[in-house]
Design a protein around this ligand. Structure first.
Ligand code: GLY
Length: 373
């Protein structure tokens, strides 16, 4: 059933791959992975929530194409991006005898993709990785672009590797089983692409956001445009020496919020923090005199209309003083030589990397946000 299935190519020299997007792609996994050539055995890494929903269908599809599969199931949640779980997954793949020409397949959201991707990057000095993202956020962001890694006690994603997938299979029907809160969180990353450099896509989001969240062709379109946008940026700057940092729009604020709530997903999930971060990035840009006020209002209004948080006051339990936010930002790995780096905007679709943003400006902005002035 290939109807409505689209392919976004990522033509990186020497490691080009396709992102295949649409309803029913999972059922084609065996045929598409076999077409990569030489794969005999697929080591599936998944989590305890995703496995009962989708693992059997995937294994059946692999079996139909004559591929052998082994499954490693990890606990769901950010705590699985650990040294201990990396060792568990790597040893599991070796015990299953995944060989150099075989593939590791990540079936899950961002945590599974990052962990399995890092295991694939290092197993036998690198085996092929197939990403089968099961969350909207993973379909439009983390499964594409080759960032893999685990967390350290010193911070998130501090140990990792760039390891591009050999194939991404984004079955948009899998999002049907995703809780609404997770769908909304993923949608923040969709909106981000419009805000970075595609004002027409932001306008499309304003018109079709609810439909994209609900499913069907609007969702497929949103995933397709998002993946194409990310692919274009990754092609320009695979290793984040320049433009790739644009993908961090809203993320300096978001990471600080997540750090302050100690990554407690009952309070805030990543995409919700990104939603607040996007709104803050535009209001901060407005305060700095860079961005028209009406654009900042449009961004906040759109995210809020779709039920997403847009202010620090929306963080359950509060966020503490502005100084705590600033301190949390200063720990971000994207801070160089003590200078704050932000992605700011001259308007919707006109984002840019601003290095050396004065801490005093950030503090004054956060104080104003927290006092509602
Ligand atoms: N999620 C940001 C990046 O892939 O660069």
């Amino acid at each position: 059933m290939s109807q409505g299935i689209a392919t976004v190519p990522v033509p990186l020299p020497g490691r080009a791959y396709d992102i295949v997007i649409g309803r029913g792609v999972l059922a084609e996994a065996g045929r598409r992975i076999a077409a990569l050539g030489k794969v005999r055995h697929v080591g599936i890494v998944t989590d305890e929530i995703v496995a009962p929903l989708h693992a059997a269908a995937l294994e059946e599809a692999l079996g139909e194409a004559g591929l052998v599969s082994s499954r490693i199931t990890i606990p769901a949640g950010e705590t699985s991006k650990s040294f201990a779980m990396f060792a568990h997954v790597s040893d599991g793949l070796l015990a299953a005898r995944i060989e150099r020409q075989d593939a590791v397949l990540a079936l899950g959201g961002g945590v599974v993709g990052d962990l399995a991707g890092f295991a694939a990057a290092t197993l036998r000095r690198g085996v092929r990785l197939v990403q089968v993202p099961t969350t909207l956020l993973a379909q439009v962001d983390s499964s594409v672009g080759g960032k893999t890694g685990i967390n350290s006690q010193h911070g998130k994603n501090l140990i990792g590797a760039f390891h591009q997938p050999a194939l991404v299979l984004a079955d948009t029907a899998l999002i049907d089983t995703l809780p609404l809160r997770e769908r909304k969180a993923g949608y923040a990353e969709v909106v981000k692409y419009g805000l970075i450099n595609d004002p027409d896509f932001f306008e499309w989001c304003e018109q079709h956001g609810e439909a994209a969240m609900a499913g069907g062709t609007a969702r497929d379109h949103a995933v397709r445009v998002s993946c194409a946008a990310k692919a274009a940026i990754v092609l320009r700057d695979e290793h984040e020496h320049g433009d790739r940092a644009l993908l961090n729009l809203g993320h300096t604020f978001a990471h600080a919020i997540e750090r302050i709530v100690a990554y407690d997903n009952s309070r805030i999930v990543h995409g919700e923090a990104v939603s607040i971060g996007l709104a803050l990035a535009f209001r901060f840009s407005q305060r700095l005199g860079l961005c028209p006020g009406q654009d900042a209002v449009r961004v906040t209004r759109h995210l809020a209309r779709l039920g997403m948080p847009t202010t620090l006051a929306d963080v359950p339990g509060g966020i503490g003083p502005a100084s705590a936010m600033l301190e949390a930002m200063a720990q971000d790995k994207k801070v160089m030589a003590g200078k704050l780096t932000f992605i700011l905007a001259r308007g919707i679709g006109a984002s840019f990397v601003a290095r050396d943003v004065p801490a005093a400006e950030v503090l004054a902005f956060l104080d104003a946000e927290l006092s509602g002035t």
